[in-house]
Design a protein around this ligand. Structure first.
Ligand code: S3P
Length: 159
């Protein structure tokens, strides 16, 4: 199991899709999986039930996917904030896609679909998460000013 982590805008979905294609395994985007299961958008889950409820659903979904067939899995940017989710990743190859804060904001802007981007102090959230991503990463890959294909090659060579 190869799991991609990192802040919003790090390129987890783009890189994950390409990486899975190259490795010939399925690609699972946890957010999309959650939306199918819940039959509502991530935004709606945040609005109706709050962030803590979303983290619990996210955790359950990660555990479910990790116990399934081999895949490349893209986690949401906040999944690493849940201690149980960090523990659940112990047996996986965890790739941390590192993006600078300003670059992440440039890439995604203040996307109305991403509830965390409309919160106060997004930079604080970014900073709080850095040590969490590092603590569970098997490999850290820089993404600033790099094409997805180059990032995928670096991951394939390393794993
Ligand atoms: C979140 C990131 C989103 C999604 C949700 C919460 C976060 O995923 O899971 O909006 O807390 O950073 P992406 O990182 O794929 O945007």
């Amino acid at each position: 199991m190869i799991v991609l982590i990192g802040f919003m805008g790090a390129g987890k979905t783009t890189v994950g899709y390409l990486l899975a294609e190259k490795l010939g395994v399925p690609f699972v985007d946890i957010d999309i999986h959650i939306e199918r299961k819940e039959k509502r958008s991530v935004r709606a889950i945040f609005d109706e039930d709050g962030e803590a409820a979303f983290r619990q659903i996210e955790h359950n979904t990660v555990v479910e996917i990790l116990s399934g067939p081999d895949a490349v899995v893209a986690l949401g940017g906040g999944a690493a904030e849940h201690a149980g989710t960090r523990l659940a990743l112990a047996g996986a190859i965890v790739i941390y896609l590192e993006v600078e804060y300003d670059e992440a904001v440039l890439r995604i802007g203040h996307d109305a679909y991403r509830p965390m981007m409309s919160m106060a102090n997004v930079r604080g959230i970014y900073e709080r998460r850095q040590p969490l991503y590092r603590s569970i990463a098997t490999l850290k890959v820089r993404t600033n000013a790099r094409r997805p294909e180059a990032i995928v090659m670096e991951i394939i060579e390393a794993v």
